[in-house]
Design a protein around this ligand. Structure first.
Ligand code: PLP
Length: 227
């Protein structure tokens, strides 16, 4: 068993320290504990230690854990297949991984059928890595401007993943670009979308992400791995 208490204290202190570097309020950052590799028992342990938000990258796993641990928020952070949309709408508090138009259409149709709206983040492939999901930066503005066709889908912000690296600093330019993209988009005042959330930073680079403006950090291994 990982020492969750110690790991969470460590992460919370590091979040606070990263906020202090740039004069941010630590409460402006939400820790999304990525529980994709761990048991329901471990999730329940984390809930007892005050974790309120969990992230999963598979719909079936999210739905299963939400059924057993309904009192917290469940974020869908992984690539979402269109045929899983029917299961995830109404279950995930936020889908971080909207990356293509046909997925937005499916989300809209499902949400409309349920009489709900579905909160999402647009995933952006800042680094332009071919194997990575996410919309290319230059397609984001027209995509957002078209979202008025799909009113049940509520854009709440942007998400990105930096290329894998051992060096947290290597992620900084990527995170800075996402924050700058958000600023440019905000000047367009696109109706019916919000850009309040920036979901960026994982175990490897969350401090850098916070310094660059992240308000959702998705942290898995530093919390749940044995160390
Ligand atoms: C697994 C995962 C994370 C967490 O990564 P760690 O390195 O374990 O902190 C964050 N975001 C996404 C999309 C993931 O799939």
């Amino acid at each position: 068993m990982p020492n969750l208490d110690r790991n969470l204290n460590d992460i919370r202190q590091r979040i606070a320290a990263a906020c202090a570097v740039v004069g941010r309020d630590p409460n402006s950052v939400t820790l999304v504990a990525v529980s994709k590799t761990v048991s329901v028992e471990t999730v329940q342990e984390a809930v007892k230690l005050g974790v309120t938000d969990f992230g999963e990258n598979r719909v079936a796993e999210l739905v299963h854990k939400k059924t057993l641990v309904p009192q917290v928020r469940w974020h869908m952070i992984g690539r979402l297949q269109t045929n899983k949309v029917k299961d995830v709408v109404g279950k995930a508090c936020l889908i971080h991984s909207l990356d293509r138009w046909n997925l937005a259409e499916s989300l809209h149709k499902r949400a409309e059928m349920l009489g709900e709206t579905v909160p999402v983040l647009l995933q952006v492939n800042i680094a332009g890595e071919e194997q990575k999901a996410g919309l290319p930066s230059d397609e984001v503005l027209p995509f957002l401007q078209s979202m008025d066709q799909l009113p049940q889908v509520k854009i709440m912000g942007l998400m990105t993943m930096a290329p894998i690296s051992d060096e947290a600093e290597a992620s900084r330019p990527i995170f800075r670009e996402l924050a700058q993209l958000r600023e440019r988009l905000q000047q367009h005042e696109i109706p019916n979308i919000s850009l309040q959330y920036l979901s960026m930073g994982m175990s490897q680079d969350f401090e850098v992400a916070i310094q660059e403006g992240a308000n959702l950090v998705r942290i898995g291994s530093s919390i749940f791995d044995n160390r």
